[in-house]
Ligand binder design. Structure first.
Ligand SMILES: Cc1cc2nc3c(=O)[nH]c(=O)nc-3n(C[C@H](O)[C@H](O)[C@H](O)COP(=O)(O)OP(=O)(O)OC[C@H]3O[C@@H](n4cnc5c(N)ncnc54)[C@H](O)[C@@H]3O)c2cc1C
Ligand code: SF4
Length: 512
């Protein structure tokens, strides 16, 4: 009665459901590095290096726990490079009586898995992914009959379920569910941002870096220096460092952007959390404990917990509730090609260049850079939603379709017609100037609307709103915006629209 237990690259948790009840005498755990998965979008070199290194370390841990592991490296000459053939090969050699796997994070793979009993001729158990705090059924039940699926209300339910930051009467600690009003500050000058941890490179990492250099030279991103944690122990060190050193200021400066500072007070845990090295509840509990011990203020702790217990679970819920139709949405009919400066070609827009630079160097940029710089620019200029999604999926080390798609299509591009966001996250240069020091380094001027030195975001912002006026004029969350536009008068309006069309033309020619 031996079972083949398949672990996917983002399921590197000893608590994963596919390992539950494992029989060390008979079962075999299988992990494989697949060229088809590494190339179906051209993932950032650091993302591939992170995942292969973490997979190899995880396999070593399983072996040292006494389990039989079938690990197929990318450069194994027999490696066929895709799931179906690798599983067939394993079944032919091991002759298991069943295949056990935890559900994947991608609709495309789930469809494949559903075919596996037919393809392989043995039963296939597809188990729930218990690493999340809510199930698909719970989300569907919460969503049922609601006109709008607002994260804030879902978040409150999950907080109640896990009794996080509640007092003895089940009321939110401090009296409010959300302390965002105290957050969203630009960075104070003179604040010293704590240094990040650098992990020692194991022989596994060194071998993987060499492999990635050789096999993926045409993929985006800089591979070295490689600073990622690749084991659970290292990921826990990262988490503890964040909780002790950075969490106290996380809330206040969550939305700030500073030139040359890719990380600020962000946790950098998404890659570890999404790959299974950390679990969401332990992270939320660690943050709550810091608050209860008086080590971090409530605005920071609540804000941080909301990201994980609220946003992350909600985003996953949306993905599984609406797929596969969700992936085909393009509500604003955005079709312009993605400019080459998303891949690092020169642009004079400092904010965009800086965000792309962070992305290229670290396979990371923080939420506001993703949303209000590269996302906002793509929204305002109507860049093809599929191309934008592919970019986000490829370039970030934490990107998997379940989390990338609703964030990109829904939150950043308003392409789902308002399922995720109640209004588009569109902003002019004014917002970027308020939240960052980027404009100080830019040849464009955020205070200027038209002319050669005008910040491109300014005219594009108004042009976007006017292009989609029918959709947005009646939006209750945008009451003053169109009245401001109306007050501009015809001449100014025309000048703005002319400026926008010149800018869009420059974008097409990649000379912005
Ligand atoms: C266009 C766009 C694309 C994105 N793509 C991804 C993606 O592919 N993978 C991904 O994990 N996150 C994605 N996000 C959400 C968010 O930007 C990242 O989770 C965050 O930047 C990761 O950095 P951090 O760990 O330092 O996060 P922190 O700022 O420290 O936040 C803490 C944690 O909260 C969670 N979180 C916060 N916001 C979100 C959110 N909107 N959705 C899901 N989880 C959230 C993450 O697990 C994160 O690690 C995207 C956001 C946008 C706007
Ligand atoms: S001036 Fe405009 S383009 Fe330049 S950094 Fe500021 S917002 Fe970005």
């Amino acid at each position: 009665m031996s079972a083949l237990r398949l672990i996917l690259a983002d399921q590197l948790s000893h608590a994963i459901s596919s390992l539950e009840g494992i029989n060390a005498e008979e079962d075999v755990v299988m992990l494989c590095e697949l060229i088809e998965e590494a190339r179906y979008v051209k993932h950032h070199k650091k993302k591939i290096a992170f995942l292969f290194s973490a997979m190899r370390h995880f396999a070593e841990e399983l072996e040292s726990n006494g389990y039989a592991v079938r690990y197929i490296k990318l450069d194994n000459l027999l490696n066929t490079g895709n799931f179906d053939d690798e599983i067939k090969r394993a079944i032919a050699e091991i002759k298991p009586t069943r295949l056990i796997v935890t559900e994947p994070g991608e609709y495309r793979i789930l469809q494949k898995m559903k075919e596996w009993p037919n393809s392989f001729g043995i039963p296939v158990d597809i188990l729930n992914d218990t690493r999340f705090l809510t199930t698909h059924a719970e989300f569907a039940l919460w969503a049922q009959g609601k006109m709008q699926l607002r994260m804030e209300f879902f978040y409150r339910e999950v907080r109640k379920k896990y009794r996080i930051l509640l007092d003895s009467d089940n009321k939110p600690i401090g009296g409010k569910w959300n302390y965002d009003k105290e957050n969203r500050k630009p960075l104070k000058s003179g604040l010293k941002i704590p240094k990040r941890i650098s992990h020692k490179q194991s022989s596994i990492i060194k071998e993987v870096l060499k492999l990635v250099e050789e096999k993926f030279p045409d993929h985006f991103g800089i591979l070295k220096p490689f600073h990622y944690a690749v084991t659970r122990d290292q990921a826990l060190i990262e988490l503890n460092h964040f909780i002790d050193e950075l969490l106290p200021d996380f809330g206040s400066y969550q939305d700030a952007m500073v030139a040359g500072e890719p990380y600020l007070y962000h946790s950098l845990i998404s890659s570890y959390l999404n790959a299974g090295l950390l679990l969401p509840l332990e992270i939320c509990k660690a943050a709550e404990a810091a608050y209860r011990a008086g080590k971090a203020p409530l605005n920071s702790v609540e804000g941080f917990i909301r990201q994980i217990l609220g946003w992350r679970e909600y985003i996953r819920g949306i993905y599984w509730l609406y797929m596969p139709e969700y992936g085909e949405k393009n509500d604003l009919a955005a079709t312009a090609p993605l400019p080459d400066f998303y891949w690092g070609k020169k642009t004079d827009m400092f904010c965009v260049a800086e965000t792309v630079r962070h992305t290229r160097d670290h396979a990371y940029s923080h939420h506001i850079q993703r949303l209000m710089i590269t996302g906002n620019f793509a929204l305002l200029t109507g860049i093809n939603v599929k191309e934008v999604q592919e970019w986000y999926l490829a370039v970030y080390s934490d990107a998997y379709e379940w989390v990338e798609m609703p964030n990109t299509l829904g939150m950043a591009l308003f392409g789902d017609g308002g399922i995720v966001a109640s209004k588009p996250y569109a902003a002019s240069g004014k917002y970027i100037r308020r939240m960052s020091d980027y404009c100080d380094h830019c040849r464009y001027d955020p205070n200027v609307m038209t002319g050669d030195n005008a910040c491109p975001f300014n005219a594009l912002y108004w042009d976007f709103l006017v292009r989609h006026e029918k959709k947005f004029r009646g939006n209750q969350r945008m009451p003053y915006i169109f009245s401001t536009w109306d007050r501009f008068g015809t001449e100014k309006q025309q000048a703005i629209r002319n400026q926008a069309s010149v800018t869009l033309q420059k974008m097409k020619e990649d000379v912005l």
